[in-house]
Design a protein around this ligand. Structure first.
Ligand code: SF4
Ligand code: SF4
Length: 403
C-alpha cells in the first residue's frame, strides 16, 4: 500500500532535541522526525491470490517467518502506547490471514484505527456485513483500470470483476464510504474520469497513487510509468479535483507550477515507515531493500526503539546532502522527488527524480542505460513460482544486479 502523508491534526513532540518555535514550520518539524510515525503501513502477509505486475512487495507466497497472532497483538499494544491513531494494513492480500478479523478486532479494542487495502476477492456478503459492523475501520479496494481489459492486464484475469463484486457487497451491507485506489499507469491515465465515475457510483472516495519502480515494479516500471505528457495531464486533472485523495504521492508534479495539496515531503523514516510481514521495519513501503532496513519489531526495544533510535532513521532525519536538485528553482515544490523511485532505477538519492518534470533525470538515465548499468534488487521475492505475472507489454530485459 502506498504511504500517505497525513493531514495532521495533532503533531507529537519531535524526536529532535530542538524545541518547536514559532519560526519553524510543521514540515521542518516533520523532517526531523516525530516520536511516533503518523503514516505507518503494516503488511500482514506476503501471501496473495493475485500476481500484479507492479506489486511493490513482490507478493505471492506466505513467508513462514511471518508474525504470529500474538506477535501482531503485541505490535498493536505498542502502537496504542505510542498513540498511533491508525495504521494502514496491507500485504499481500491481508484477508488471506486466518486471523485477519481477530487482528482487526484487537486493533479496534485498543484504539488503533485500521485502513486496510484489499483486492476484494474475499469480501463476500458475510464478510461485508462483518466489516460493516466494525468500528474504526476504513477499506480501500484496488483496481488499476476502469474496465476489465485495462485492469486485468495488470492485476490478472477476473480481478476487476472480483473488485466490483466486493464493492457491491460493501454497498449492500451499508459499509459507508469506502475508498477505491488506483496506481496511475501509462495505460489507465486516460481513464481517470472513468475511475471517478465508478467511485461516485458507490459514494466512495477515489485515491490515486503513484507507480514506483519497487518490488515487481522494478521490471515493469519502464513500460508502465506515465510519459511526460501524461504526467502533465495527470497534474491538471488532480489540480481540478481537490476531493481526490493522493496520499501526497505526486509532489514531484508540483514542479509544473502551482503546488498540489499536501506536505510536499518525502516522509520516509520521518513520519512514514513500513512493518513488513516478518516484522522488519523499513523507511517506507516502497523501499524494501537492505539499505533501508532499520530493524525488526522482534529486536530488543521492539518497534519503538527502531523508530526512535535506529541509525537509519536518525540519518534520514538529518538535513539532506547537496545535489543537483537543491539548486533547482522548483526545489521548494518538488523536494527532489521520491527517494524510492530514484533508488530502484539506479540513481543516487541526490539525483533528480526519474520522472522529474523538467526532464533533468533523462541524461542520467540514458548514461546508466548506455553503460549497461544495473539497478538494485528488492530484498526478497515472494512471487509464486509457476504463476505468470500479467504482462500488459513486453517487459524490458532485466538490468538487475545483486546489490
Ligand atoms: S521514498 Fe519518500 S517520497 Fe517516495 S514513496 Fe517513500 S516516503 Fe514517499
Ligand atoms: S531537478 Fe530536482 S527539484 Fe528540480 S524539478 Fe527536477 S526533481 Fe524536482
Amino acid at each position: 500500500m502506498p504511504p500517505e502523508n497525513p493531514v495532521v491534526t495533532a503533531a507529537r513532540p519531535a524526536v529532535s532535541a530542538q524545541p518547536p518555535t514559532a519560526t519553524r514550520s510543521l514540515v521542518e518539524e516533520f523532517k526531523e522526525g516525530l516520536d511516533a510515525p503518523i503514516c505507518l503501513t503494516w503488511e500482514l502477509t506476503y501471501a496473495c491470490n493475485l500476481s500484479c505486475v507492479h506489486c511493490l512487495s513482490s507478493s505471492g507466497r506466505r513467508d513462514p517467518r511471518e508474525l504470529s497472532t500474538e506477535e501482531c497483538f503485541a505490535v498493536i499494544d505498542e502502537l496504542e502506547r505510542l498513540q498511533v491513531f491508525y495504521v494502514n494494513i496491507g500485504g499481500g492480500e491481508p484477508m488471506l490471514r486466518p486471523d485477519f478479523f481477530e487482528i482487526l478486532e484487537y486493533a479496534a479494542a485498543h484504539h488503533v484505527g485500521v485502513k486496510f487495502s484489499t483486492n476484494g476477492t474475499f469480501i463476500d456478503c458475510a464478510a461485508a456485513e462483518r466489516l460493516a459492523s466494525m468500528d474504526y475501520l476504513d477499506i480501500q479496494i484496488s483496481i488499476d483500470g476502469a474496465d476489465a481489459d485495462v485492469n486485468d492486464a495488470v492485476r490478472g484475469e477476473g480481478s476487476f470483476a472480483a473488485a466490483r463484486t466486493a464493492m457491491d457487497h460493501l454497498r449492500d451491507a451499508g459499509f459507508g464510504p469506502f475508498k477505491i485506489s488506483l496506481v496511475v499507469t501509462r495505460h489507465n491515465v486516460d481513464q481517470l474520469d472513468g475511475f471517478k465515475a465508478i467511485a461516485d457510483e458507490y459514494g466512495a472516495q477515489l485515491r490515486v497513487t503513484r507507480l514506483r519502480p519497487s518490488g515487481r515494479g522494478v521490471d515493469s516500471w519502464e513500460q508502465l510509468h506515465p510519459t511526460q505528457a501524461q504526467q502533465r495531464q495527470l497534474y491538471h486533472w488532480l489540480l481540478d479535483r481537490p476531493d481526490v485523495l493522493t496520499g501526497d504521492s505526486f509532489f514531484h508534479l508540483s514542479a509544473f507550477g502551482e503546488s498540489l495539496p499536501g506536505l510536499n515531503l518525502c516522509g520516509a523514516g520521518r513520519v512514514v515507515c513500513l512493518i513488513d510481514p516478518v516484522g522488519d521495519v523499513y523507511a517506507c513501503p516502497f523501499v524494501i531493500h537492505d539499505e533501508f532496513l532499520a530493524g525488526n519489531v522482534r529486536d530488543e526495544g521492539n518497534f519503538t526503539r527502531v523508530w526512535r533510535e535506529s541509525d537509519l532513521f536518525t540519518s534520514l532525519r538529518e538535513p539532506g546532502a547537496e545535489g543537483a536538485c537543491t539548486s533547482c528553482g522548483s526545489y521548494d515544490a518538488c523536494q527532489g522527488g521520491c527517494m524510492a523511485s530514484k533508488f530502484f532505477v539506479g540513481l543516487e538519492l541526490t539525483d533528480p527524480d526519474p520522472e522529474c518534470v523538467l526532464g533533468n533525470a533523462e541524461p542520467l538515465l540514458a548514461s546508466l542505460g548506455a553503460s549497461g548499468g544495473t539497478v538494485p534488487v528488492p530484498s526478497g521475492d515472494h512471487s509464486r513460482p509457476g504463476v505468470p505475472v500479467p504482462s500488459p507489454v513486453t517487459l524490458r530485459p532485466t538490468r538487475r544486479r545483486r546489490h
